[in-house]
Design a protein. Structure first.
Length: 159
């Protein structure tokens, strides 16, 4: 439009009216890729890997903490074996490549304790592992080193 004043944007995100009250931003996995965190597709692969196991005399997951958590949950439910959990892990691993997201998959199986439990357990493992090597791990450590680790990302306007 001719002669119109240019739109004046705030210099800092905190100057936006939206911060006049408590605000929550929900961002997708792609928003965290520049922080060296997994995208949605990468997260699905990591979740599948976390739910992989060797079937020998005993079921052995690649991470003993997955086995421990499944055994503890089964025990708390007075279940004598973990076959329902193994079935859920197999279901998740086989269907996840075609699923929109792990969240969508778990939501589609709402009420299935085993899918919900194993899926959320694998999400926690995958994100926890990714955070240890991400730019956020430095950011949450020393403040001086932390800010420089995220200085070229979309996070800076929020501080």
């Amino acid at each position: 439009m001719r002669g119109a004043e240019p739109l004046a944007l705030p210099l800092h995100v905190s100057e936006l009216q939206v911060f006049a009250k408590q605000t929550v931003f929900v961002v997708g996995a792609g928003a965290s890729a520049e922080l060296n965190l997994p995208t949605g597709q990468e997260l699905k692969k990591q979740i599948s890997a976390a739910l992989s196991y060797d079937r020998g005399y005993y079921i052995e997951f690649s991470d003993h903490r997955i086995s421990d958590a499944i055994n503890e949950d089964a025990s708390s439910r007075d279940e004598r074996n973990i076959s329902n959990y193994i079935e859920a892990c197999d279901l998740i691993r086989s269907a996840l490549p075609a699923a929109i997201s792990i969240d969508n998959f778990i939501d589609a199986h709402q009420g299935n304790h085993y899918v919900e439990f194993c899926g959320k357990l694998a999400i926690v493992k995958a994100i926890w592992e990714a955070e240890k090597s991400s730019k956020l791990s430095k950011f949450c450590g020393s403040a001086k080193q932390g800010i420089s680790s995220v200085s070229q990302t979309w996070l800076i306007p929020f501080f």
